[in-house]
Write a protein that binds this ligand. Structure first.
Ligand SMILES: [Zn+2]
Length: 212
């Protein structure tokens, strides 16, 4: 605490999620690619030294954000969007197994009702899960045509300033979660507002009608 500004509290993701981001990055870009990414992010400490596979909150928001910024620097905007989305999906599959194991109750609830009801139950459950195991703060909302995933405290753009929404990792994670909830359907998910872009909170919009 000695060096940090007093008003700047440090927030964390569970180690498992940080590990999930790195292992899924490795799947996509290979271990050389991850090394380059970690160098660029000035996170050499994780080279051949991924965080342990546990739910301890020790992977800082700053590190999450630096990794996202490094994607941006390495692949450009367009590449980073695609890349972060894929990494998010892979992270849901590999890093959020904890979620799936505690989601048995939600699964039972999701067996009944319309697709709308399933997605709503799934998102409610998923947001509570995020809030309880990480320092990310999310809430959900909806209008006639969209579901909204509000990110009140966002690790992905922590400390960044950008000219457009950048939190595509959340897009991928949500796509993974929604596919799981809806037995494989695809959904249009887009970040419409971002704290790095001057908004009060991040907003990810999901069209209520699945693509297919
Ligand atoms: Zn953001």
């Amino acid at each position: 605490m000695s060096e940090t500004k007093q008003e700047e509290k440090t927030y964390f993701y569970p180690n498992k999620w940080g590990r999930g981001i790195l292992t899924s990055a490795e799947e996509i870009m290979g271990d050389k690619g991850v090394q380059a990414l970690l160098n660029m992010a000035k996170l050499e400490k994780y080279i051949d030294n991924y965080p342990p596979d546990n739910m301890t909150r020790a992977f800082s928001f700053e590190d999450v954000s630096r990794l996202q910024a490094a994607f941006w620097d390495m692949y450009g905007k367009r590449g980073a969007r695609v890349f972060a989305t894929r990494a998010g999906e892979a992270t849901f599959k590999s890093g959020l197994t904890q979620f799936k194991s505690v989601a048995a109750a939600a699964e039972v609830a999701m067996k009944v009702g319309s697709m709308d009801a399933k997605v709503k139950i799934g998102m409610e459950f998923f947001s509570k899960f995020f809030n309880s195991v990480s320092d990310q703060v999310v809430s959900i909302g909806e209008d006639e045509k969209h579901w909204f995933w509000y990110i009140e405290r966002c690790p992905m753009c922590w400390g960044r300033k950008t000219d457009e929404p950048v939190c595509y990792l959340a897009v991928g994670v949500l796509q993974g979660a929604l596919a799981w909830v809806s037995q494989g359907k695809k959904w249009r998910v887009s970040p419409t507002e971002c704290i790095a872009n001057g908004a009060k909170r991040g907003v990810i919009a999901i069209e209520k009608a699945p693509v297919e």
